[in-house]
Write a protein that binds this ligand. Structure first.
Ligand code: NAI
Length: 325
């Protein structure tokens, strides 16, 4: 039998985790043959609620679960962690400006980046889900000088999956027929869902839909899908976010078999995107590593939207620059 791996999850008593933890425990993230130890971090006032979640996890008697850690100390939660899913974040409160939100989260992700640096496995894979996810991941890696920036990623997989679902519906095909979807940039309303390299059942997406639908319906619908869920459900997307986190980590760890997925990753300057930003790129994964899909033709329409979302990320980085080491 395989040795257990340590999976740290923050915000473990929150809504996303209420779906996420049970799926990790069931083996849906790392495989049905991979035992796990769940290391769960919460803020002190939520430890009692976390206890209840752990009681429910115990009541599932999951065969793969080898133990639990429940703590409000990041140094304990990230100890020897192989995978870290940073879900907990400070939500926007009443009257809070974007700048206040960035700064409140900068405080959290500085501490957690340092705790990962000091305690986690040297091969740790980190996924930031908590918003603003891309900039939170940037803050975390900047506080982890002993690890590689490439070990820190941000989640745009939910946007990727939303875009696939929208295109499948429009073309009357199944989501599994859609190949080569790309989300560029920030996990925010400036993200650019790009179908220029996408096929549906082997046919070019651009031959199946017109530019008017793309610009007036598809792109804004994908960008605003989070807000639409909040409006309908009264709460932000949780199960679908957990599903995307599972897929992001599973693909990174176990590979995509050539399939293209979108991940917010440390920019190496590919496609002219400013180095060091956490920007969503098309990637494939193999042997526990992701690599950016290179050589795609970028037309003026795409370049303009890729630059807009890049600019927003540069502004976010400038907004927290005084807090970065
Ligand atoms: P939630 O509010 O239900 O749960 C968040 C949990 O994090 C709470 O239990 C809170 O106590 C905890 N927390 C706050 N600060 C913490 C800290 N410093 N350390 C440990 N735990 C801490 O929120 P939900 O719905 O689970 O969403 C979590 C985050 O994910 C939010 O920031 C949300 O905006 C983001 N999100 C990101 C998506 C993406 O696609 N990247 C999609 C959906 C949500």
């Amino acid at each position: 039998a395989k040795a257990p791996v340590r999976v740290a999850v923050t915000g473990a008593a929150g809504q996303i985790s209420y779906s996420l933890l049970f799926r990790i425990a069931a083996g849906e993230m790392l495989g049905k043959d991979q035992p796990v130890i769940l290391q769960l971090l919460e803020i002190t006032p939520a430890l009692e609620a976390l206890k209840g979640v752990v009681m429910e996890l115990e009541d599932c008697a999951f065969p793969l679960v080898q133990g639990f850690v429940q703590t409000d100390d990041p140094n304990v939660a990230f100890k020897d962690a192989d995978y870290c899913l940073l879900v907990g974040a400070r939500p926007r409160g009443p009257g809070m400006e974007r700048k206040d939100l960035l700064e409140a989260n900068a405080a959290i992700f500085s501490v957690q980046g340092k705790a990962i640096n000091d305690n986690a496995s040297r091969d740790v894979k980190v996924l930031v889900v908590g918003n603003p996810a891309n900039t939170n991941a940037l803050i975390a890696y900047r506080n982890a000088p002993d690890l590689k920036p490439g070990q820190f990623t941000a989640m745009t997989r939910l946007d990727h999956n939303r875009a696939i679902a929208q295109l499948a519906e429009k073309t009357g095909q199944h989501s599994t027929d859609v190949d080569g979807m790309i989300i560029w940039g920030n996990h925010s309303a400036t993200q650019y869902p790009d179908v220029h390299h996408t096929t549906v059942d082997g046919r070019k997406a651009l031959d199946l839909v017109d530019m008017d639908w793309l610009t007036s319906t598809f792109i804004p619908n994908v960008q605003q899908r989070g807000a639409a869920i909040i409006k309908a459900r009264g709460l932000s997307s949780a199960a679908s976010a957990a599903n995307a986190a599972i897929e992001h980590m599973r693909d990174w760890a176990l590979g995509t078999n050539g399939k293209i997925v979108s991940m917010g990753i440390h920019s190496d300057g590919s496609y002219g995107i400013a180095e060091g930003l956490i920007y969503s790129f098309p990637v494939t994964c193999e042997n526990g590593q992701y690599s950016i899909v290179q050589g795609l033709d970028i037309n003026d329409f795409s370049r303009d939207l890729m630059s807009k979302t890049e600019k927003e990320l540069e502004e976010e980085r400038a907004g927290v620059a005084h807090l970065l080491p």
